[in-house]
Design a binder for this molecule. Structure first.
Ligand code: DGL
Length: 280
């Protein structure tokens, strides 16, 4: 990556619109980079799909972003980061940042010794956070829990609803019993539930948001360019452009999404040798 370039172009993808939580953190820290966001809204959720399918979809997303001339790729989706990162790094030779390593580093840096991890079923099943945390600190204790209902609850807009609090109490009970000192939010959607999650966990537990820590890693890689100002361009590509996604995207972003385009990711690409289709 050319650090002296005035406008670094960052590609960022997610299974849908949730990755906007990561985009938002990057925009806060880096007022110079041109951003291209891709949400695979036609094929979400990734969080319940098989590893093979998640890898195939992720390669297609990255391939599309590469065709836009990006200098750096951010995998905002925890599920895609958990399953596809090594395959993406092998296929594409630009800096590629996933959310799992940066979130894990932030949890360790914050002094986590007994760390709870919550995420989609596919993220938790992959053991990705467990591995990343142990690689950083072998004697750390990790307690993981899949929370599949959190994504639809956020998408329904029930981020502060009493029903969501009840669901959170049920999911988080095991982790609470394990007396964790830190809880890692291992899913794009969970930062929107931070209020409820913090209330359920109590004030003694640090909440670590992998979106924020990823933005810090990106900013560190861009270096001085991250504070240079110029007119930033932000383009959004979605594989399904239903109004629901725009509404949700604007909820996540906290402002209007402009420059939104639809993209067909199911094109024939000999580089990644894959066909479009459903999970196997
Ligand atoms: N973006 C996904 C993640 O962070 C959550 C939504 C989905 O399951 O696709 O794991």
């Amino acid at each position: 990556m050319d650090k002296d370039k005035d406008n670094v172009r960052i590609g960022i993808f997610d299974s849908g619109i949730g990755g906007i939580t990561v985009l938002k953190e990057i925009l806060d820290l880096i007022p110079c980079a041109d951003m291209i966001y891709l949400g695979d809204s036609a094929r979400l959720p990734y969080g319940t799909k098989s590893s093979k399918t998640i890898i195939r979809y992720s390669l297609q997303c990255a391939d599309f972003l590469m065709s836009k001339g990006i200098d750096m790729l951010v995998v905002a989706c925890n599920t895609a980061s958990s399953h596809a990162l090594p395959f993406l790094k092998e296929a594409f030779h630009i800096p590629i940042i996933g959310v799992v390593e940066s979130g894990s580093q932030a949890a360790i840096d914050a002094g986590g010794r007994r760390i709870g991890v919550i995420g989609t079923p596919s993220t938790i099943k992959s053991g990705s956070y467990d591995k990343a945390l142990h690689a950083l600190k072998p004697d750390v204790q990790v307690f993981s829990k899949a929370c599949p209902l959190f994504v639809p609850l956020v998408e329904e807009g029930w981020c502060e609803d009493s029903i969501t609090e009840q669901v959170a109490r049920r999911y988080l009970d095991d982790i609470l019993q394990s007396e964790v000192d830190t809880l890692l939010l291992g899913c794009t959607h969970y930062p929107l539930l931070k209020g409820i999650i913090a209330k359920v966990m109590g004030s003694g537990v640090r909440i670590i948001d992998s979106a924020r820590s990823t933005a810090h890693v990106v900013s560190g890689l861009i270096g001085e360019n991250s504070s240079r100002k110029h007119d930033q361009s932000i383009d959004y590509f979605l594989s399904d452009l239903s109004p629901v996604f725009i509404r949700l995207g604007e909820l996540f972003l906290g402002k209007r999404m402009e420059h939104v385009y639809e993209v067909d990711l199911c094109y024939n690409d000999s580089n990644i040798n894959s066909e479009c289709g459903n999970a196997v």
